[in-house]
Write a new protein. Sequence first.
Length: 94
Amino acid sequence: MGEVDNGAIGASISTMLAARKPESSICPSEVARELWSADEWCDHMDDVRAVAAELANQGRVRITQGDNEVDLAEVKGPIRIRRGPKWQLSLIHI
């Protein structure tokens, strides 16, 4: 696959969340698997998490573990990405 920039990652996150029920979430690996090949996606998980953190800082998404909102800079382990309080701003870029 070609180069994937942060804009494409953010658009993928927004598109996936928009396609789901408002209370639903996505896993960062879903985004990575959509944007990179089967033998590349795992190497780009940090890229997806970094873009998710940026979107969370803007309020467009929330990062959670279980039902708890977490700070991606401090959390370890699996996370989920959910719509944030400023979610509607994300739809402008789809």
